[in-house]
Design a protein around this ligand. Structure first.
Ligand code: GLY
Length: 509
């Protein structure tokens, strides 16, 4: 009985099992689908897509994965985090690997660390080629020691050997050992990979969904226990404990568990203050699954009741901003238009509360809403929490384009540019993009102090604002897949009334 493993296509791996053929006897062919391999990360498909971006017929893509490194002045290893570009073309989340893709021959080869018995005794064995070949969507696996010979052979058998690398600093280490001087190109690979990475395939969307499932469990566990918690550290701990125990060992970014006024600091990560007397908690936290991120923010009270009318009002404004923006998402929409829509809603509602003075039309071009909503509406999500893209979804083609607010003082120019109207040249959404939609309203004492000194001081009623300071900040954030006709919300963590209900049920009220 022989097993023929066909790794040369990116279709689900098929194992052919055949009896020896004898003319006088019947024989059977059993076709067995290896279901595990159907779930292989589609590295080969990614390699083909990247090469197609170059529009060339030959050349070799070379990528180096993250190498084992020690902490500074220490014998302890730095926590391993795979290089994302390497992962995109390999699906391999292991240290000390290398990868080549021969564009003309369509061959993706993984190089794994040489076997080292001392390392294996201390750290466990590294990848064996035969295991790697069945686990990953590659055409061949070799030990690292074969890399220089492979490159030498490839260079000698290609008329104009050109090796595409991500950065000048990431050339293959071994070629020099065999005295070759191939040509390198470090200009094409990165933009080509960014153009591919920005559109997610079904496998990638599945990984982001799985990260969201774990994250939903972790946010829910926090809601179920928050009424008994005393310190932000318990929120951090409960979130992390839930993710790790569900198999998600890494967070996509540092956990932000900000209570009260701490929530006005956008990236507050100390997570060590007492909750007593605080109105709301802003928990911005997302697990990573197989290197794919999710990014979810929920803002909630410590009990199932809103602690103040002000807290409820601000929550409902942010909820409205988010709902209105998400409902408009589909291919062809300019994300920047949604960012400006969120600002219009914020201005309208802050006027209603008496926090701002004037009219929407007067206030829009001044950029004053950026005192309360100082960040972008969202960003791409994928292998990075702020994922790569050929151009920012929030970009204007030219930063000065359409600038309004002639009375603006120099210090406000940057804000005003942010608030400039969307133009035809701003990028549009494409099906397959995954984005966060994360509006927020914050009462930052620092931002308000700056505003009081400058151009916006007459536009804000500081006496009214004073009542809202203890609310701190509210942000609500979901991960949205853009489709041709609309969107799919990949985030399932409870928010709004459902979120309060989880707190209520757990508290037995
Ligand atoms: N949620 C973290 C960030 O977007 O920076």
């Amino acid at each position: 009985m022989t097993a023929i493993r066909d790794n040369t296509t990116s279709s689900p791996e098929v194992l052919l099992e055949a009896c020896d053929i004898d003319q006088d006897t019947d024989y059977t062919i059993v076709l067995r689908i290896d279901y595990d391999s159907m779930n292989k990360y589609p590295a080969k498909q990614h390699a083909r897509r990247v090469a197609a971006q170059f529009n060339v017929t030959g050349g070799l893509i070379y990528l180096t994965g993250q190498q084992t490194r020690l902490l500074e002045d220490s014998d302890q290893s730095r926590p391993f985090r795979q290089r994302r570009y390497f992962f995109y073309l390999s699906g391999v989340d292991e240290a000390d690997c290398h990868l080549t893709y021969d564009i003309r021959r369509d061959k993706l080869i993984l190089f794994v660390p040489n076997f080292d018995v001392r390392r294996a005794i201390w750290m466990g064995p590294t990848l064996r080629p035969e295991d790697a070949l069945s686990r990953y969507d590659v055409d061949g696996v070799e030990y690292f020691e074969a890399l220089d010979q492979y490159l030498a052979h490839w260079s000698q058998n290609n008329p104009d050997p050109l090796i595409y690398v991500l950065h000048e600093s990431q050339k293959p280490p071994a070629v020099f050992a065999v005295g070759l001087e191939p040509q390198y190109d470090s200009s094409k690979l990165l933009p080509a990979m960014d153009a591919c990475r920005v559109i997610k395939d079904d496998h990638e969307i599945g990984l982001i969904k799985r990260a969201n499932e774990v994250t939903t469990a972790a946010h829910t566990a926090v809601l179920q226990n928050v009424s008994r918690m005393q310190n932000e550290a318990e929120i951090h701990g409960t979130f992390l404990q839930t993710c790790v125990s569900q198999g998600a060992h890494s967070q996509a970014y540092e956990i932000i568990a900000a209570s009260g006024e701490n929530a006005a600091t956008l990236h507050y990560t100390k997570n060590n203050e007492l909750l007593k007397g605080r109105q709301l908690v802003c928990l911005d936290a997302g697990a990573e699954w197989n290197c794919y991120a999710c990014d979810v923010t929920r803002t909630f009270p410590l009990s199932c009741q809103w602690p103040s009318e002000e807290a409820r009002e601000i929550y409902e404004i942010v909820q409205l901003m988010q709902e209105e923006c998400i409902s408009r998402i589909k291919q062809g929409v300019r994300f920047r238009d949604l960012h400006l829509l969120a600002h219009d809603i914020a201005i309208e509602q802050l006027l209603r509360l008496g926090i701002l003075r004037g009219t929407v039309d007067e206030l829009r071009p001044t950029g004053v809403s950026m005192v309360f909503f100082p960040h972008g509406l969202g960003h791409h999500l994928g292998l990075e929490v702020h994922d790569v893209s050929p151009e920012s979804i929030n970009a204007l083609q030219n930063n000065k384009e359409g600038l309004q607010g002639e009375n603006a003082v120099e210090a406000c120019m940057e804000f005003l540019t942010e608030m400039s109207p969307c133009t035809q040249s701003a990028p549009t959404l494409k099906a397959g993009m995954v984005l966060t939609v994360e509006p927020g309203i914050y009462f930052s004492r620092l931002a308000l102090k700056e505003a009081k000194r400058g151009f916006w001081k007459d536009l804000i009623d500081m006496d009214v604002v004073e009542r809202y300071i203890p609310v701190g900040g509210v942000r609500i954030e979901d991960d949205i897949l853009v489709t041709k006709d609309g969107y799919e919300n990949l985030t399932t963590a409870p928010k709004g009334a459902a979120m309060l209900e989880v707190i209520r049920q757990a508290a037995g009220v």
